[in-house]
Ligand binder design. Sequence first.
Ligand code: RB5
Length: 144
Amino acid sequence: MDHLKVAIGSDHGGFKYKQKIIDYLNARNIEFVDVGTHTPESCDYPEIARNVAELVVSGQVDRGILVCGTGIGMSITANKTRGIRAALCGDTYSARVSRAHNNANILCLGERVIGEHLALDIVDIWLKTGFEGGRHKRRVDIIE
Ligand code: RB5
């Protein structure tokens, strides 16, 4: 996780978990950009997802994390940006394999779906796991 730079964003439905994930990143000295939302007021998740996606594909950050109520709206939107491979994860196995096999560059989480401690475990595993390459690179190349 050394030198990893992350962009993080949420709508109001993921606002609480975004703060928890920021606490996690700060505790581990992981550099991040917080694209908002910055208040618990209702807002439009596609704007946030697009901003994180653009930071990732432009190379300004290495990876992104997006949280909304379900994680679904964030993942649908983020995957519309060419070069984004956003993975909506509700378990640690999927989080690990989304990195190892799919080289996912954005993690999406649903605050209204999974518990806080599971969400933080997923973030931890997702950030620590590298892409295995090999046969998986061929498949990711086909996606791209
Ligand atoms: C907001 O109410 C909710 O629709 C949003 O957080 C997310 O779940 C969308 O996919």
